[in-house]
Design a protein around this ligand. Structure first.
Ligand SMILES: [Fe+2]
Length: 199
């Protein structure tokens, strides 16, 4: 059975960028609902004991009657687990260092250009979804967004950085101002965890 992991910090750790109230609802209600729905769909099948990332990579082999439920709720479980891990308490001038810094500059020209392109992916995602920095098969980094709870794992890409742009992720703090949320969100990125995902 799949389980909601504990947050790697307190509910109020991301304030003032993300409030305690949002974190409580987002983790205890939204993430929990994805896990409950996923478990309901896969209980009693060969998929119930599979690693969530493996499950999403093998979506095509899942029976059609539960495939969309697994896609939405398994994606929701993997995406949110990832999201909690790549954040930490806010830091001013929060920037990557070392290898990931060099790779971002090499691929996108500068850290500022990378941030602009990543935020743009989040801004232009119509409705609900995620913006991603991924590592492709050939090792190249790429930025794109996905609809709903689709994960880069579903198309064989490795998520390196991702931000939830569903309204449930920011509405209580930023109302309809997704741009303000995405702009402040850089302060809580845990670049040490992001760097680990590159290697
Ligand atoms: Fe979410």
């Amino acid at each position: 059975m799949f389980q909601v992991p504990d947050l790697p910090y307190q509910y109020d750790a991301l304030q003032p960028v993300i409030s305690k109230k949002i974190m409580e609802l987002h983790h205890d209600k939204h993430h929990a609902a994805y896990v409950n729905n996923l478990n309901k769909a896969v209980t009693g099948t060969e998929f119930e004991s599979m690693d969530i990332e493996e499950l999403l990579k093998k979506l095509d082999s899942i029976p059609e009657n539960i495939r969309m439920t697994v896609r939405n709720n398994g994606g929701g479980h993997a995406n949110h687990t990832f999201f909690w891990e790549i954040m930490r308490s806010p830091m001013q001038n929060n920037q990557p260092t070392g290898k990931i810094s060099q790779l971002l500059t090499k691929q996108f020209g500068s850290f500022e250009t990378f941030k602009e392109q990543f935020a743009n992916a989040g801004m232009t995602r119509f409705g609900s979804g995620w913006a991603w920095l991924v590592k492709k098969h050939d090792g190249a980094l790429a930025i794109y967004s996905s609809p709903n709870q689709d994960s880069p794992l579903m198309q064989g890409d490795m998520p390196i950085l991702g931000v939830d742009v569903w309204e449930h992720a920011y509405y209580l703090d930023y109302l309809n101002d997704r741009a303000a949320y995405l702009s402040k969100w850089w302060d809580v990125v845990n670049w040490d965890e992001v760097a680990k995902r590159l290697t």
